[in-house]
Design a protein around this ligand. Structure first.
Ligand code: SF4
Length: 601
């Protein structure tokens, strides 16, 4: 059986999303003929070309200003024409649309960020603004669902029924849909699969995945179709609507290895929904494949020279998400902590912890370097365990391997000064981790297993070792008061001021179906509200919080302040100044973080 694994639009522009690479490597290691294609990057390249923009009359008219520059700019962002940087930084080559207004928000930000010689980076930043302007035009005139990193996300977010998505799929295809159908057809004609697997990690991939399935059904009706990945695994666990199976024959849950073996007949069908006699049927899971047996991810078949390094924000830590073509690997599957009360701790991708020895991991790194020629690695773990990172760093150093790597961790005490220095020596340049609500009462409720003081010390160890730190932040946790949010912002301000963290992102708390809070809402002082009956997706659950804090009112101030902190601006200001209403005075001592660091000395 020939298997073709496809990535739907949209994801990141700079590197392939790892799902198809992992599964292709695994299936080939089991002797299956497996191929892959990333239609997300292929769609961007086809649309953002003179030919792609001109093919549709309305598109050509609305993007006329861009037609002469789009091909060279894409080549530049793909790293194929570095000399164009000098023309781009002249500011006379590219049309400048509304996105360039960001340059007026600060005092001469380009000189501040890039100085006199950083023309490559400056040009990448300007070309990214240009591309974002162009994608805004496509959204405005051609397809209102189009964004550079997600496609028609709204249709799949909190969608208890299939109705809206189904209705949208019956509408005539837009120019973007047509290009996607054409790419799907080309991939199928090239690989002649018996089974096409489409993965949807996020809600912003779901509409594209269904459009692709529609195209396969139309052009190759005998081909079987499977749908899997992060979105079905979190949201479609209670799937009941049989119409989904007009598009797909199988919907799989959790890690794809075992369910795919079931579909191709090497195992019994498992962890998979099918339709039988018009009703949706679930085939229960079997033992999953351990992390040590998943094989080496392969990028074979992916267009590695087409990915574009974009530079969305003038912040050195933030940029590494979108700049550079990182090979993706996992130190371990799942989360060794699995306790945070807002997290999907009941789901396989968190709950099941499965690791591989450091020697095997470094073997996988060497195999990927040999295949791609790239020595940068992004470890896409939920949270990589410190002991394993230590073993990994030692193995990299022992083999004399020159690599650059970063990944997600918890801010554990065990990240001592010496461990951070060892990691830096082995090539670690950045870590990201959850600080969530920087307030000790709530950190305890979250069962984060850290205090703000501890986070301050650990993050300082990293930055002192030359490793940049990104913090995931949260607001709106059950029973969180406005004062606690202001205190949390004050802690974040102090962490930036003390040089402990370099970047961050505020997430609004959402109560999800597979979290400990949803299982025991009383323990967190909230009441679950009735949900609409779900026959399609179920994930976010409505709830009532007796504290009645207006978190929406605080969100914008949190976002703007953090944006400024990441640019080194406004750190001296009273944090209340970031809110448009009269916010409460923070009660955190002004030198809390500085004292915590001093005591640690
Ligand atoms: S939030 Fe992170 S550390 Fe906490 S349980 Fe989830 S994956 Fe693990």
């Amino acid at each position: 059986m020939r298997v073709l694994l496809l990535m739907p639009p949209m994801t990141q522009l700079n590197a392939p999303y790892p799902a198809t690479a992992f599964l292709t490597g695994f299936l080939r290691s089991r002797g299956v003929e497996c191929f892959q294609a990333d239609l997300a990057i292929e769609l961007v390249c086809r649309l953002f070309s003179r030919e792609g923009l001109c093919r549709d009359a309305a598109c050509r008219v609305s993007t006329t200003k861009y037609l002469d520059t789009i091909d060279p700019v894409v080549r530049f962002l793909q790293g194929k024409d570095p000399t164009l940087a000098l023309r781009i930084v002249s500011r006379t080559f590219l049309p400048e649309g509304p996105r360039f207004a960001v340059l007026d928000e600060m005092d001469d930000p380009l000189t501040w960020a890039f100085g006199a010689l950083g023309s490559q980076d400056q040009a990448k930043f300007l070309a990214t603004l240009y591309l974002t302007d162009l994608s805004d035009l496509v959204r405005e005139h051609i397809d209102p669902r189009f964004e550079l990193s997600r496609y028609a996300e709204k249709l799949a977010v909190s969608a208890p029924t299939f109705e809206a998505l189904h209705a949208e799929l019956q509408k005539p295809a837009t120019h973007v849909d047509q290009l996607l159908a054409e790419l799907t057809k080309e991939a199928c004609e090239k690989h002649k699969p018996d089974l096409v697997g489409i993965t949807a990690p996020f809600p912003g991939n779901v509409y594209g995945a269904f459009r692709m399935a529609q195209a396969v059904r139309q052009w190759m009706p005998s081909v079987k179709l499977a749908f899997g990945g992060g979105y079905p695994s979190t949201e479609l666990r209670e799937l009941k609507d049989p119409r989904v199976f007009n598009f797909f024959d199988y919907v799989t849950l959790d890690a794809g290895e075992a369910p795919l073996l079931g579909i191709i007949g090497k195992e019994k069908l498992n962890n998979t929904f099918t339709r039988e006699n018009g009703a949706v049927v679930f085939h229960s899971p079997i033992l999953p494949i351990p992390h040590s047996e998943i094989g080496v991810p392969t990028y074979d078949g992916l267009p590695l020279d087409q990915y574009m390094s974009v530079f969305e924000m003038l912040n050195p830590m933030h940029r590494i998400w979108s700049d550079g073509r990182w090979n993706k690997l996992m130190v371990a599957y799942g989360c060794y902590w699995s306790q945070c009360t807002f997290c999907d701790t009941k789901l396989d991708y968190i709950e099941r912890f499965s690791k591989a020895p450091a020697k095997l991991l470094v073997d996988r790194m060497e195999a990927m370097i040999a295949e791609t020629g790239q020595r940068g690695f992004h470890f896409v773990d939920e949270a990589a365990p410190p002991a394993m990172l230590k073993a990994l760093a030692e193995e990299i150093i022992a083999r004399g391997l020159v690599v650059t790597w970063w990944g997600n961790i918890r801010f554990e005490k065990s990240f001592t000064k010496s461990l951070c220095a060892l990691m830096a020596r082995s090539g670690c340049v950045a870590v990201s981790g959850g600080l969530e609500v920087a307030e000790d009462r709530l950190l305890k409720l979250i069962k984060k297993g850290v205090t703000v003081e501890q986070v301050a010390r650990v993050t300082k160890h990293f930055t002192d070792a030359g490793i940049m730190v990104h913090a995931y932040l949260m607001y709106g946790y059950p029973t969180q008061t406005e004062k606690e949010t202001v205190n949390s912002l004050e802690m974040v301000r102090q962490l930036f001021e003390a040089g402990c963290i370099q970047s961050g992102f505020w997430h609004r708390f959402a109560l999800t179906a597979h979290s400990p809070i949803a299982a025991d809402p009383d323990a967190f002082g909230i009441k679950l509200l009735p949900e609409p009956p779900a026959s399609f997706a179920r994930n976010e659950i409505p709830f009532e919080d007796p504290v009645h804090c207006d978190h929406d009112r605080l969100g914008e101030g949190l976002r703007v302040s953090l944006y400024n902190f990441m640019h080194g601006v406004g750190l001296e200001k009273d944090v209340r100044a970031w809110f448009t209403h009269k916010a409460p005075k923070p009660t955190v001592p002004h030198n809390f973080i500085a004292n915590a660091l001093r005591e640690a000395h």
